[in-house]
Design a protein around this ligand. Sequence first.
Ligand SMILES: Nc1ncnc2c1ncn2[C@@H]1O[C@H](COP(=O)(O)OP(=O)(O)OP(=O)(O)O)[C@@H](O)[C@H]1O
Ligand SMILES: [Mg+2]
Length: 239
Amino acid sequence: MNATLSASGITVRFGGLTVIDKVDLTVSRSEVLGLIGPNGAGKTTFVNVLSGFQKPQEGNVRLGETDITGTPPDHRARLGLVRTFQAVRLFPALTVSENIIASAQAMGCSHRECRQRERDLVELLDLGDWAGVDAGALPYGVERRAGIARALTAKPSFILLDEPAAGMNEDEAFAFLSVVGRIRETDCGVLLIEHNMGIVFDLCDRVHVLRSGSTLAVGTPTEIRNHATVREAYLGSAA
Ligand SMILES: Nc1ncnc2c1ncn2[C@@H]1O[C@H](COP(=O)(O)OP(=O)(O)OP(=O)(O)O)[C@@H](O)[C@H]1O
Ligand SMILES: [Mg+2]
């Protein structure tokens, strides 16, 4: 169950302006799907639709067989679809471990399950050196990893990440996103919005390209890199 997260025929209008126009998109568990496109292409709006923060005028969103189009974000989170936000919401006076445990407790996990999840997530997100440090004292990149660890305590089937490496330099972003790539090993599909093409092509299993609210191309990194229209329209010298 929950084998795919799929959206079909999604249209979003703000006033008279159509910012998403009949877009179909699918993410499966165990893959990282890159969602790319120029500024204003509609990437964030699309993630808002998937996560329930934006109601589409047309189209529907399905989690496995379940139509979740009209449901609120917290309902989707309970079904296994989570997202992270630009501002990390950790308790600053609790350590990284305590933050993860607090989140697992809030989900009703037993004491043993909480400790197990904490150990697993600290390992998965390379937080071993930081587990005992107060969240309020973490360097930026580590804080972002801890925020993702906390989102993963729910054992989601899908996680949506909108430019999680924003504000990092290229080396930091590369290291950070390589760790993010491990999430797929936990049987959790990842939708990643990221501007750095090198990182996207390196990390993602498939790439979905939006331009002006429409799908320009979907394919493997190699296919997208060699896609004539994508190269012309968007990648330019980066290709
Ligand atoms: N609440 C809103 N009201 C009106 N227009 C909006 C609203 N939110 C987004 N838009 C418009 O929708 C279009 C798509 O915006 P969106 O933020 O989804 O793009 P994006 O691909 O995430 O861009 P970026 O790469 O800059 O983050 C833009 O033209 C934007 O101005
Ligand atoms: Mg955006």
